[in-house]
Design a protein around this ligand. Structure first.
Ligand SMILES: [Zn+2]
Length: 115
């Protein structure tokens, strides 16, 4: 990063989730947001519920939430396992993954989810 005002190389500074470049010559600073790799990943990931799950009300509740349907539809979905319940980008998929893991629901993500 080169300073707009004086053309010298700026100093890189990382502070938590934000990054900035500072010019030691004139004091100019350029700030930028820092993104985790999964926040900028635009791959379309598919979450599939596995066949090995025991269906209970807790699972119905979570699957209904993830698939955006009612409990009856969620139950039908689970019966069709392995079945896709959600697809989307890494940011959303990561949140759902954590929810499913917390509830001990067996699932897989395609393609392989590296986060
Ligand atoms: Zn400068």
């Amino acid at each position: 990063m080169i300073c707009d005002k004086c053309g010298v190389e700026m100093r890189y500074k990382k502070d938590g989730h934000s990054i900035s470049w500072i010019c030691d010559n004139c004091g100019d600073a350029v700030a930028s947001s820092f993104f985790e790799p999964y926040e900028t990943d635009t791959t379309d990931y598919h979450i599939l519920i596995s066949t090995s799950n025991k269906t209970d009300i807790e699972m119905l509740k979570i699957v209904a939430g993830v698939a955006n349907c009612n409990y009856i539809e969620a139950k039908k979905l689970i019966e069709k396992a392995p079945v896709e319940v959600f697809h989307g980008q890494a940011v959303e998929v990561k949140a759902i993954k954590e929810k499913l893991e917390a509830a001990s629901i067996d699932f897989k993500i395609e393609p392989e989810f590296p986060y």
